[in-house]
Design a protein. Structure first.
Length: 232
């Protein structure tokens, strides 16, 4: 298998398992704690954060964005070319939908069942902008400052926290948002609510891109090379 195909496979697989963690833990939480929404959210957030750490650690040597907004920012920063970015994004959307189907089936639910959970309102949309900006700052701030080996823990910790400090529970991912429209469970989002969430995520992505460029104008590796040239 070529390196290009391996990257697409890693994005498909990683996004699928991420969505399985989000949806599956949401179903499990609602069954184990049917009368305590706060406890359900705690269980859902811990499972998602833990899965993210594990998935990024395992797949980072191949490809571990699992998020079209992250991939778009990588393209804008010149890390990826357009063809590669497009294929990885397609793999993320496909993996997300596959993850939902598998999670539904594992819990005896219909393979695909459109969610009836309406999520709408200015506060939720603002939350998605904020959550996405924060995610990009965590990802690229960690990587571009030369600490890529810590990005798994940074992202897992951030997403776990963002479940709680955003009213939207921090989707911050268009592929995950679309995937969550086909499960009528705790983690679901109604298809009619998804476009506004995705628009907010893209706006957050644009703002996050400019913030990353402001704070980290060049990656740490490039800065080291530049410093050596100055000193030589």
């Amino acid at each position: 298998m070529s390196g290009f195909a391996r990257r697409a496979a890693a994005e498909f697989t990683g996004t699928a398992f991420l969505v399985m963690a989000v949806v599956g833990s949401g179903v499990m939480a609602s069954r184990l704690s049917p009368d305590d929404v706060g406890l359900q959210l705690l269980q859902n957030s811990l499972a998602t954060g833990g899965a993210l750490v594990a998935l990024i650690l395992a797949l980072q040597p191949v490809s571990a964005s699992f998020n079209p907004v992250v991939t778009l920012v990588e393209r804008a920063l010149g890390v990826l070319d357009t063809r590669t970015a497009a294929v990885l994004i397609a793999a993320q959307f496909g993996g997300g939908l596959a993850g939902t189907v598998v999670a539904n089936l594992m819990f005896g639910l219909p393979a695909a069942d459109f969610s009836t959970h309406e999520r709408t309102g200015a506060g939720l949309w603002l939350s998605e902008v904020v959550a996405t900006i924060g995610l990009l700052l965590i990802v690229f701030g960690t990587v571009r400052s030369g600490r890529a080996e810590r990005v798994a823990f940074a992202v897992g910790g951030y997403i776990t926290a963002a479940y709680w400090f955003t009213s939207s529970t921090s989707f911050a991912n268009p592929a995950v948002t679309i995937a969550r429209t086909v499960t009528d469970s705790f983690a679901g989002i109604a298809p009619s609510s998804a476009p506004a969430f995705i628009l907010a995520q893209l706006l957050g992505g644009a703002a996050g891109f400019f913030l990353v460029r402001l704070l980290y104008p060049i990656p740490a590796s490039a800065a080291i090379v530049a410093d050596r040239k100055v000193l030589s």
